[in-house]
Design a protein around this ligand. Structure first.
Ligand code: F0G
Length: 354
């Protein structure tokens, strides 16, 4: 088996890569497409998850960031900036460090998962918390990047979409064709835009077909579904706590062109899916990611997704990103025992082994 060389190398014919583009890589991409054996049987559909938590910084953002940072470097930029609910900042900080660029990340105060903050500081980014939400932070960095010599690396940067579309290629390669349904969480709506672009390009080149695009917002941040800007979005899935998605129109277009839909799921449904996925299938993804599984369940029950369909759910980020939500969401805590073998055995026999 030949070695994987990262997205810019592997997909250069589909990407804006030329002889001047630095071949930046942390070996991102090539993530597992894991079949969900138990839930497939139970729900009567063939489910796979695209496990994007296996990327170098633990989320799908690496796909877009490697492209955006390589282009920033190619264009002679010395600094990058982004607003983030956490994962974009982790990816920007990592690829910024790798490329030797100054990296400034702007995050909503107190609303980003611990692992993501740890990453940004470890990779050496300048971390600025604003007393506002993601949408406010995005407004600020968009304005600043217009007047200052700093490259904006949010998904409004078209290179981000280019890099992220490669996930659709990998799904088609792994299945031999596009699935019937692609279920995906929606926050700022860049990723659904990118997948749809990727499926269309691959279909044109390789005849792999097109899936229905089914995007899922969190109920408390469901701007697209409700067709109104949400001034104060709220959800346990902090990664998609976004009230005015930048790629709103593109997300609607993807769902309409593909005969899919944008829907929402409640925090309860997200947390239920989060636990189910980990405890039944051994797959740990962060809460926002599980909006795709929650949405699948909801639309199987409503009949919108037909029994027997092949469905790929995108699991956008690693469960380890957000240890606090994991600990808080389960009632079972570690059992404390004395340092004694007999006591240990007696506990096992009285409990788990009995
Ligand atoms: N899932 C996770 C884990 C995310 O971090 C994000 C977005 C999404 C889903 C939604 O993707 O915005 O392309 O619709 N996170 C951004 C960030 C906003 O700053 O990390 P989207």
């Amino acid at each position: 088996m030949s070695r994987w060389n990262g997205l810019l190398h592997e997909y250069k014919e589909f990407l804006p890569v030329n002889e001047k583009t630095p071949m930046l890589s942390l070996q991102e991409g090539n993530t597992p497409l894991v079949p969900l054996e138990h839930l497939s049987k139970e729900w009567g559909v063939e489910i796979y998850v695209k496990y994007e938590g296996a990327n170098p910084t633990g989320s799908f953002k690496d796909r877009g960031m490697v492209m955006a940072v390589a282009k920033a470097k190619e264009e002679g930029s010395k600094a990058i900036i982004c607003a983030s609910t956490g994962n974009t900042s982790a990816a920007a900080a990592a690829y910024g460090a790798r490329a030797g660029l100054r990296c400034i990340v702007v995050i909503p105060e107190g609303k980003i998962a611990l692992g993501k903050l740890a990453q940004a500081v470890m990779y050496g980014a300048e971390v600025l918390e604003i007393q506002g939400n993601f949408d406010n932070a995005l407004d600020i960095v968009r304005e600043i990047s217009k007047t200052e010599p700093i490259t904006l690396v949010n998904s409004v940067n078209p290179y981000r979409i280019e890099g992220q579309k490669t996930a659709a290629f990998e799904v088609c390669d792994a299945l031999g064709k596009a699935p019937d349904v692609l279920a995906i969480p929606v926050g700022n709506a860049g990723n659904i835009t990118a997948y749809w672009k990727g499926f269309k390009e691959y279909n044109e080149k390789k005849g792999t077909g097109l899936p229905q695009m089914r995007g899922f917002e969190a109920e408390g941040a469901a701007a697209i579904v409700k067709n109104e800007i949400i001034q104060e979005p709220e959800t346990v899935a902090t990664a998609i706590r976004i009230g005015n998605p930048a790629s709103w129109k593109q997300a609607v277009a993807a769902s309409e062109e593909s005969n899919g839909a944008i829907d929402f799921v409640t925090d309860e449904e997200i947390l239920e899916a989060y636990q189910l996925l980990a405890s039944r299938e051994g797959v740990f993804a962060e809460p926002a990611s599980c909006a795709s599984i929650a949405g699948l369940k909801k639309q199987i029950e409503s009949g919108e997704i037909k029994k027997g369909s092949t469905v790929v759910c995108v699991l956008t980020g690693n469960g380890l990103k957000d240890p606090n939500t994991a600990i808080d969401s389960v009632s079972v805590k570690p059992v404390v025992l004395p340092n004694d073998q007999a006591a240990f055995l007696s506990h096992l026999k009285g409990g788990v082994m009995s």
